[in-house]
Write a protein that binds this ligand. Structure first.
Ligand code: SF4
Length: 337
């Protein structure tokens, strides 16, 4: 690992000041990075994929580690540990899809360390991105090409991709945030803060080097999840090569408002099959007003993957993604709430 400067920030202002002159953003080329759990950042620094000169430790920032529930919804601090949110009794009862996405991610040790904000900003698992000995990677080095297009791509995305990058989004929690219409709160070095719809946090594959709309030095402080009649009937299905400590091949987070078996509202977030946390609006539209059964769920899943594009080894993924979504919908329907 390359040497780096370590700074510990006592509050938001100190963190922003420490990063202000150093173009901090979740990019491998940025000279400074915020660090909380560090569960992925340190990995990527050891691999030399990310090379920050400065790490700004934000673990001591006050006010960003709370979990608050109210009739209006759920507020999650950016520094809440994944394991704490996953085990929270009211989140498990009122927002089960959130608890499930977090409980199925990584290992217990990593969940105890990793923060929610760090989790949503995780980088892709694409092996060509993580291994700098591969020259062709537009995400790591813009303009160099994409080794995965003709290479090993069994776990690469089929939705939201471009000829510049077919990397998949491998997180879990973000799919629940997309499905539930969450918002992201930030503070900025330039002063003030802003609220970003979670669905707009991650950018598309047209410019793979840039992964989020966060500005240099902008810090996520929390997430708001609005209450709704769909949050309790919500579920997450994650299909992977092994049943624990593995990234998904296809994942689906769903939340349903059913009225006597008819879908009043459906919220769907997909991951692993997609370049970024993916809101499956076509599938939601296909379900609304219909009686939910295996046939309508299958038709919705078909709609979700109408735009899928495969590249050799991942030709199986649209079918796996459809089956994953159908299973999630039927699982949510069967819940007793
Ligand atoms: Fe790089 Fe994206 Fe291609 Fe992977 S899929 S090699 S991350 S450009």
């Amino acid at each position: 690992m390359r040497p780096f400067i370590y700074e510990r920030a006592a509050d938001d202002r100190a963190a922003l000041l420490a990063a202000a002159s150093k173009d901090t953003m979740p990019s491998n080329a940025a000279p400074a990075q915020f660090i909380a759990g560090g569960t992925q950042l340190l990995d990527l620094m050891k691999l030399d994929t990310m090379q920050p000169a400065t790490l700004v430790d934000i673990n001591g920032l006050p006010g960003h580690s709370a979990i608050t529930l109210s009739p209006k919804g759920l507020q999650l601090g950016a520094l809440v540990k994944m394991s704490d949110a996953a085990a929270h009794p009211e989140i498990k009862r009122d927002y089960p899809v959130i608890a499930q996405t977090l409980a199925m991610a990584a290992s217990a040790q990593i969940r105890n360390m990793a923060s929610l904000a760090g989790n949503v900003l995780q980088r892709t698992r694409c092996q060509y991105f993580r291994d700098p000995s591969w020259a062709a990677c537009n995400k790591r080095d813009p303009g160099t090409g994409c080794a995965a297009l003709e290479g090993v791509n069994r776990k690469h995305a089929v939705l939201g991709i471009s000829d510049k990058c077919i990397a998949s989004y491998s997180g879990d929690f973000a799919q629940a945030m997309v499905a539930l219409g969450a918002q992201v709160q930030t503070v900025r070095a330039t002063g003030g803060g802003r609220t970003i719809p979670f669905e707009q946090l991650h950018t598309g594959s047209g410019d793979p080097h840039r992964e989020t709309v966060l500005a240099p030095g902008e810090l996520i402080t929390g997430f708001t999840v609005p209450a709704g009649p769909w949050t309790r009937r919500s579920a997450y299905v994650k299909v992977r090569d092994r049943e624990s400590y593995a990234y998904g091949l296809a994942t689906a987070a769903v939340a349903l408002h059913l009225d006597d078996g008819v879908v009043r509202e459906a919220r769907i977030g997909l991951g692993a099959v997609s370049y970024k946390p993916w809101r499956a609006k076509e599938a939601e539209d296909a379900l609304r007003g219909k009686r939910l059964d295996e046939a309508t769920a299958t038709a919705a899943a078909q709609a979700a993957f109408n735009g899928a594009r495969t590249h050799g080894e991942n030709a199986y993924l649209p079918d796996l993604g459809r089956r994953t979504l159908v299973r999630a919908l039927m699982q949510a329907q069967a819940m007793e709430i």
